[in-house]
Design a protein around this ligand. Structure first.
Ligand code: GLU
Length: 264
């Protein structure tokens, strides 16, 4: 090999090694440090789950989860607008965390054992319950009337899984978003819809042709989700401390009242 070629190859090798080390360093960077350095939190929220995360008629993102993240940004970074909100759905929110698209998910997300295996959670900040919604003139009055009926669910939600156990004889129609699921029940492509009472209440506030059945089938403690990694531990601890402060000083209760008191 010519001498110049040898030198070129050696330099190339050095460049590759330096680059790989830099990449590894970047991936290993502590999330809290990264967020503080950038001065922004990338947060995944729902855009169609009123009153927790929804795009209002004025094209502004609003809701309990949105306010919660803004308050966290205010306490962590000194600015409630230091948030880059991104839309997530029930089926893509875990991927959004693990791929690094978002730093945190605040999306009506229930903590449970299965999810705890793949992501980490904050302390809970609200407890919802699974409910069933039907058209007002429906002959479905309780879960026992659902056998053989078509039930609409959102894919990746706890309700999707639970209803299969609760009513094994039901026909399940799965949709990717709440927008699609609600549009399906509106056009009667199903006999009932099941999800959290919070999201049903938000929908009923806009459409009086439906009603929510009284029973609740589960407890759904909502918590913020994080990527399971040692790089996110300090970020998680900082947010948990903020949530606990918000519980102690009444801020969380004020956010709850603002969004949920009208439905409770
Ligand atoms: N809280 C439930 C869940 O985490 C239902 C609401 C949702 O689809 O986000 O699956």
């Amino acid at each position: 090999m010519k001498k110049t070629l040898k030198i070129f190859c050696a330099l190339l090798l050095v460049a590759v090694v330096v680059n790989l080390t830099a990449c590894r360093k970047k991936a290993d960077t502590d999330l809290l440090e990264k967020v503080e350095e950038k001065g922004k939190i990338k947060a995944g929220v729902k855009y169609d789950s009123k009153p927790f995360g929804f795009m209002d008629a004025d094209q502004k993102l609003k809701g309990f989860d949105v306010d919660l993240v803004k308050e966290i940004a205010k306490r962590l970074l000194g600015d409630e607008n230091a948030v880059d909100f991104q839309q997530v759905t029930s089926s893509n929110r875990i991927f959004a965390l693990n791929s690094g698209t978002v730093d945190v998910v605040a999306a009506t997300m229930t903590v449970n054992k299965k999810r705890k295996k793949v992501i980490d959670f904050s302390n809970p900040y609200y407890i919802a319950g699974q409910a069933i919604m039907v058209p007002k003139n429906s002959d479905i009055h309780s879960i026992s009337d659902l056998s053989g009926k078509k039930i609409i669910v959102v894919l990746g939600s706890t309700s999707e899984k639970n209803i299969k156990t609760l009513v094994p004889e039901a026909i399940i129609g799965g949709f990717r978003t709440y927008t699609d699921a609600f549009s399906a029940i509106r056009s009667r492509r199903g006999d009932a819809l099941t999800t959290d009472d919070t999201i049903i209440a938000g929908f009923l506030s806009e459409d009086s042709n439906f009603k929510m059945l009284k029973e609740r089938y589960t407890q759904e403690p909502y918590a913020l989700g994080f990527k399971k990694s040692k790089t996110t531990k300090k970020f998680q601890a900082a947010i948990n401390a903020i949530i606990e402060d918000m519980k102690a000083d009444g801020t969380l209760e004020n956010i709850r009242k603002k969004w949920m008191a009208q439905f409770e």
